[in-house]
Design a protein around this ligand. Structure first.
Ligand code: SAM
Length: 249
């Protein structure tokens, strides 16, 4: 193999050159943006709201603090974070995808939150170092090509004492796996086709969950990025998990 051979990564169950993953992921979210929130409610029977509420609770925010929501999409987490820290504090909604970000900004404005939206890649955050009290990423890390770079960036922009909260699909407990697999690969693509007219994006969702690092592996990736006191909380038997780590010193 030549020294310049491209590095490869996962895109669901497919292996693609690293340089192509962001394009594939971009196509998924541009396709689903309009019906993204409706699909979240349908797919999870509203459970994603409970998971998000838990993630925000363990951010343990105080009024006046500064929060960055990475891969914030349509602003579901950002809205809840704003309720904790505003009006004295700041929430920045960021995402790589213009369709998701525009929808997020509109939804937040409709609910009375004028929150800055920044289009950026989690791997290259355009923010100064040591600034935010808290960084969140909800169902976003799975889609990022070089997760270790994104974690390092989130570490950099946090102030010492600040915390990272990662909400992500994870590894479901063993007894539930057959049922969960049947639902993910049987029902989700059909729902995607009926509601969004796009089965492939929801097949990608199911596949990307299976190739995402499970709880303990993600914990050690977060530690490798420099975070301390890292712990995780399983939600709904591990369908999702919240990881939290601190930038100390
Ligand atoms: N956080 C929102 C939520 O919980 O509903 C949106 C989650 S959505 C499943 C994943 C989001 O990650 C999409 O909006 C997508 O555009 C964004 N994303 C994917 N790759 C990204 C990257 N490299 N940098 C920033 N955002 C990214």
């Amino acid at each position: 193999m030549s020294r310049d051979a491209p590095r490869h990564t996962d895109f669901g169950f497919r292996t693609v050159p690293e340089t192509e993953k962001a394009g594939h992921v971009g196509a998924v979210f541009s396709s689903v943006a309009e019906r993204y929130d409706l699909m979240n409610d349908l797919m999870s029977a509203g459970l994603h709201r409970v998971w998000k509420a838990f993630a925000v609770r363990i951010c343990a925010l105080r009024p006046g603090q500064r929060v960055l929501d990475v891969a914030g999409g349509t602003g579901d987490l950002a809205r809840r974070l704003a309720d904790e820290v505003m009006p004295a504090g700041t929430v920045v909604l960021s995402d790589i995808n213009a369709s998701m970000l525009v929808r997020g900004r509109d939804r937040l404005l409709d609910r009375g939150h004028n929150i800055p939206g920044v289009r950026c890649d989690a791997e290259r955050l355009p923010f100064v170092s040591d600034y935010f009290d808290c960084v969140t990423i909800g169902f976003g890390l799975r889609n990022v090509t070089r997760k270790e770079l994104a974690l390092a960036e989130m570490f950099r922009v946090l102030r010492p004492g600040g915390r990272l909260v990662v909400l992500e699909f994870s590894r479901v407990s063993r007894p539930l796996r057959p049922l969960y697999d049947a639902y993910s690969f049987g029902v989700l693509p059909v729902l995607g086709r009926l509601v969004v007219g796009d089965a492939a994006s929801y097949r990608y969702l199911a596949e990307s969950i299976r190739v995402h690092p499970p709880q303990a592996e993600l914990k050690s990736m977060i530690e490798t990025a420099g975070f301390e006191r890292v712990e995780y909380f399983n939600l709904t038997a591990g369908i999702a998990a919240v990881h939290r780590g601190f930038k100390l010193g």
